[in-house]
Design a protein around this ligand. Sequence first.
Ligand code: SIN
Ligand code: FE
Length: 297
Amino acid sequence: MNSPIIEIDLADWRQAQARPEWTAAVEDGKVLYFPRLAFALQDGESALLREDMLAAGSRNVSLGADGALKGAGGSPEDRARLGAMVGRFREQALALIDQLLPEYRGALRVAPTSFRPRQVETRAQSVRADDQRMHVDAFPTRPTYGERILRVFTNLNPDGAPRVWRVGDSFEAVARKFLPQAKPYRLWQAKLLNTVHVTKSLRSEYDHLMLQLHDLMKQDEDYQKNGTQLTMPFPPGSVWVCYSDQATHAVMSGQFMMEQTLYLPPGREAHPEASPLAILTRLVGRPLAGVGAGQGR
Ligand code: SIN
Ligand code: FE
């Protein structure tokens, strides 16, 4: 496997350069890694790096575009400070992407920003929810129709603990391996899921296949253990960027991370032919992302 990690030497969130080869790399499912790009904590913020900043029953803390903080524990003062910290990360992440990937200017939609204070290695989860297993991100409830999931991550761990990922083979290799095992798409099932509000809109064949790949990858013990993969420890004070719907990944350990998701409409990539939608469409041999695609099957 060619290295799935592209290292970029940058120390200032607002000074990123754009290079066509970096755009091509991230659109090919590689992880752009910035070992010197630290998120600087301000006064009092290190006190927010504790697990009980997560409210009981929440998975993550998230800051919406409206400035509302959800899922946070701590005192009202802690929460105000946390909102400011996560908001500063959002601004820096958006500035980074604006300069690193100017091709996407004006097309990206900004998702809530998340702070994840839980320790990864002590989480017990079902196979499908277990992100310690290699997967590509796919949403069971929110169909995307090929909209891309671009993510910016930073490790904030105060004790030097890296966030350890495994990064695997190309999306195309994984799709070729698992597509033959995928259950066929059924429009009536997609309609039923929508009617009973399991999904927020009608699941397309693309969304069905992405979920199938996600589940089949996680369920395959041999692939998890022996599939092509690289273990990558992202140290505190570093940033990494990838298309998480394309880069095959798993998170093995770590605690205290922030993440910004940006959505790019399908086809707005510099190289749309490298996208999961294009790859799956080619492999399956018919359009997959239209609502009602696959009608009659
Ligand atoms: C994931 O998308 O699988 C989680 C990544 C992380 O928590 O580091
Ligand atoms: Fe993931």
